[in-house]
Ligand binder design. Structure first.
Ligand code: FAD
Length: 492
């Protein structure tokens, strides 16, 4: 008997894209070009991630369309992203059979526990098979640090480093036997794109950033909190940052060195601060991904919440009887975006006024946000829910927010058309209309639009007593010290 036939496995590198769907300022792609051996670029659609509670079709479509744009850009050099459908271990095992993989090149992922565990298993597989894995630092996020000493300084260093100018030679590697091709039915689901969502892709990211810099951003700091005006005046680059159509450094340098910077200094300064917040929150998550599932201050696990499914459903469907809450929820469901203050108000209403556990709403809102980024989402959610014990608990009064930020009710009328005819003086509290006033505007509260599901003042008072009263619990205080040591800069 002769020896088994030798299968020739071509030597390649492999670039694994995650939340970095762009062709410029891309370190793994740059290193792959520099090494000079052929390389394959892949993106994995993993069934267990796709079915996970934080993922929705709008995210997957954004990813798919971002990749289509990358492929269009790469057409002249005959390169493309291979979209593969399968669990990571199975896909990589198959690729290792087909190719002699020198290195996998990717950015580090500051993800949920599921991706962390997957990466651990992959690390073991690569080690066993002699495949190297270079994971590069993403934006300003550092791996393996124990506290925040020196973090801010390092962030500015990273932001001011030269942006990588990627160039691509013509060289293609083909996947001869691809058992992980996307099923036709999946392609059919990913192909359509709802026009009410921001369009996906690198060129769109730049279009948004440029229009912000040349005009839209002039009144950014005035309009930031207003649900209607913020749609135009905010940068709206969050989905592009979340899926990596643009890097934080590209956005930072573009605005910092823009000719309009001196003119719009206040607005642009506020914007640059927020880019740092972006990384600051992801850094928290990188250091403690339990933010997804547990109160970061374990002392708050002791608080009990009576689960009220019908209240949660009313909140999710924008049927609480509080016009601004309902308008914001319907808007984010339909368009994938709402401004920061309104996000905070939605969480505050669920966790304080309705007294529901934050976990009953966090995955739901994650699915609605087109810009869903676990590293920002979960720490922000817990901060607004008051379970960190280190931040001031802010309770947003939806009627006050409505008067302050949608005074004429233009936003409410757009998203809650049932109360379109309610006059301006009642638009924030329609339940206060007398029967005659309801007749005048032909809008009946309790019939056309729900009565408030909870009384506002009373529920806020109870929540204040509950959350603030718990702050002095020994476990909360002990945890507070731990959190401050780990996640904040120590004073010299
Ligand atoms: C409960 C809750 C959940 C959130 N979930 C997400 C999320 O999943 N993904 C996400 O990108 N943002 C999230 N945010 C933060 C913030 O609301 C959005 O970043 C912002 O509304 C995006 O709009 P923009 O791009 O126009 O922001 P701009 O105001 O123009 O700011 C520019 C960029 O700075 C960053 N940024 C702005 N505000 C914050 C902030 N408060 N914290 C951290 N980074 C910030 C974002 O990357 C944003 O794109 C959340 C906020 C809350 C209260």
């Amino acid at each position: 008997m002769g020896s088994p036939p030798q299968i020739h496995r071509p030597l390649i590198n492999l670039v694994w894209l995650k939340r970095d769907l762009r062709t410029q300022d891309h370190r793994p792609l740059f290193e792959a070009e520099r090494e000079g051996i052929p390389y394959l670029v892949i993106y994995l659609l993993e069934p267990n991630m796709m079915d996970y509670r934080d993922t929705s079709l709008r995210h997957l479509r954004f990813v798919y369309h971002s990749i289509l744009e990358m492929n269009a850009f790469w057409l002249p050099c005959k390169r493309e992203v291979q979209l593969l459908y399968g669990e990571a271990i199975a896909v990589f095992s198959d690729l290792i059979r087909q190719f002699k993989i020198k290195r996998v090149l990717s950015y580090r992922e500051s993800g949920i526990r599921l991706t962390w565990e997957r990466d651990k298993k992959l690390g073991e597989l690569f080690q066993k098979k002699g495949v190297g894995w270079r994971q590069f630092q993403r934006d300003g996020i550092l791996r393996g640090i124990r506290n925040r000493d020196g973090w801010d300084k390092q962030w500015f260093v990273t932001m001011n480093e030269a942006v990588i100018k990627n160039t691509y030679r013509e060289r293609s590697v083909r996947l001869e036997a691809n058992s992980f091709r996307l099923p036709e039915v999946l392609v059919d689901r990913l192909q359509p794109y709802d026009e009410l969502f921001q369009p996906a892709g690198e060129s769109k990211a730049w279009r948004y950033l440029e229009s912000f810099a040349v005009g839209r951003g002039a009144s950014y700091h005035w309009h930031l909190s207003k649900p209607a005006e913020s749609r135009l005046s905010c940068s709206r680059i969050s989905p592009y940052l979340a899926w990596g159509n643009i890097s934080i450094r590209q956005a930072y340098q573009f605005i910092k060195h823009h000719p309009n910077y001196p003119r719009f200094k206040r607005a642009f300064g506020a914007f640059l601060t927020r880019l740092k917040w972006h990384c600051h929150f992801i850094q928290k998550f990188e250091m403690e991904c339990d933010y997804e599932t547990r109160c970061i201050n374990r002392g708050y696990e002791l608080l009990e919440h009576e689960f009220k499914e019908d209240w949660i459903v009313a909140w999710q469907e924008g049927q609480t009887g509080y016009p601004l809450i309902d308008a914001c929820m319907r808007c984010v469901r339909r368009t994938g975006w709402i401004n920061f203050r309104m996000r905070a108000m939605l969480v505050s209403f669920l966790c304080h006024h309705l007294d529901q556990d934050w976990r009953s709403g966090a995955p739901f809102l994650a699915r609605q946000f087109l810009d869903y980024e676990p590293g920002i989402h979960y720490p922000q959610f817990q901060m607004q829910a008051g379970t960190t014990g280190v931040n001031t608990v802010r309770m947003y009064n939806p009627v006050k927010q409505s008067n302050d930020h949608d005074a004429t009710g233009v936003f409410i009328r757009k998203w809650v058309p049932e109360i379109y005819r309610v006059p301006r003086e009642h638009i924030h509290e329609p339940w206060k209309m007398s029967v005659m006033e309801q007749q005048f505007c032909q809008t009946y509260i309790g019939t056309d639009y729900p009565s408030p599901i909870v009384p506002l003042e009373e529920s806020a008072r109870k929540a204040r007593e509950k959350i603030w009263g718990h702050r002095s619990h020994p476990l909360v205080e002990q945890e507070q010290k731990r959190i401050l040591r780990k996640h904040t800069r120590r004073k010299k």
